[in-house]
Write a protein that binds this ligand. Structure first.
Ligand SMILES: Nc1ncnc2c1ncn2[C@@H]1O[C@H](COP(=O)(O)OP(=O)(O)O)[C@@H](O)[C@H]1O
Ligand SMILES: [Mg+2]
Length: 267
């Protein structure tokens, strides 16, 4: 069977800084797959390469057998994407935000209204659809983004840090929707997070990334068993990198600063 995502020897550098280093990875259709690692590990760069937002430098990526290099338009139609940065327009209502995406992603005009109803229903925002998105809570904004990503009925849903900055109740609610949609629609889900406990609960398999490289791959159960009795995914990470996750976060912060400096230079 064709893999949902087939990543082969993928590499990407920002100038001399290697963000993704020789990454090879397959995600099967119907899987919920977690790309895990501290800030700066290369998760977002990997996602932007596979959803065609960044041009490939080296290696190959295929989405359901379609090359992101030569079939970018087709790949985009197969994908729903919730970016790490917010993608909601606060001056529009919740419903208008979803309608806008439906137009962007070529949902046929005759089907649009019903499709928008359907996804707003799924994320439980029908009652609030007429309010401006600027009045939504963080959890509601994330659910609205999910609705946007789902309106073209993607075969692959890609979520970049969908729960960062949310309180535990809102986080649970986002994860419940994702799990339910995956069950009901047989969708493939690729998500990134640096919350290991969440990935442990939700993902069929996870890949641990560190400094652009794949460090471990398997089901949470397998990985924890290999790391020793009573190990958590955090322990697995430490086992494979020799570092605690929060050391990585410190590195992450300085790399965010470096990114901002680069952005200023470019901007
Ligand atoms: N636009 C950019 N310019 C320069 N460096 C970048 C840019 N985006 C990301 N990086 C660097 O690439 C590395 C990987 O970043 P990223 O893929 O965002 O990691 P993650 O999503 O795992 O936090 C980091 O060191 C980051 O600083
Ligand atoms: Mg990221």
């Amino acid at each position: 069977m064709t893999a949902a995502i087939d990543i082969r020897a993928l590499g990407y550098s920002f100038g001399s800084h290697v963000a993704v280093d020789d990454l090879t990875l397959e995600v099967e259709a119907g899987e919920c797959f977690g790309l895990l690692g501290p800030n700066g590990a290369g998760k977002t760069t990997t996602i932007r390469l596979l959803n065609t937002l960044l041009p490939l430098q080296s290696g190959e990526v295929e989405i359901f057998g379609r090359s992101v290099r030569t079939d970018a338009m087709l790949v985009r139609r197969l994908l729903g994407y919730v970016p790490q940065q917010l993608s909601i327009e606060g001056a529009l209502t919740g419903r208008e935000n979803v309608e806008w995406f439906a137009r962007l992603f070529d949902v046929p005009r005759r089907e649009r209204s019903a499709r928008v109803d359907e996804v707003l229903e799924m994320v439980d925002l029908r009652a609030d659809e007429s309010r401006l998105a600027s009045t939504y809570s963080g959890g509601m904004v994330r659910r609205l983004e999910l609705a946007q990503a789902l309106v073209n009925r993607p075969a692959l849903l890609v979520l970049d840090e969908p729960t960062v900055g949310l309180d535990p109740v809102a986080r649970d609610s986002v994860w419940q929707r994702v799990a339910q949609m995956q069950r009901d629609h047989g969708m493939t889900v690729l998500l990134t997070t640096h919350y290991m406990e969440e990935a442990d609960e939700l993902c069929d398999r996870v890949a641990l990334m560190h400094r652009g490289r794949l460090r471990a791959l398997g089901s949470p159960t397998e990985l924890k068993a290999a790391a020793g009795t009573g190990a958590s995914l955090e322990d697995v990470f430490r086992h494979h990198t020799g570092e605690a996750l929060d050391d990585g976060e410190k590195g992450g912060l300085s790399s965010v600063r470096a990114t901002r400096r680069t952005a200023r230079r470019l901007g």
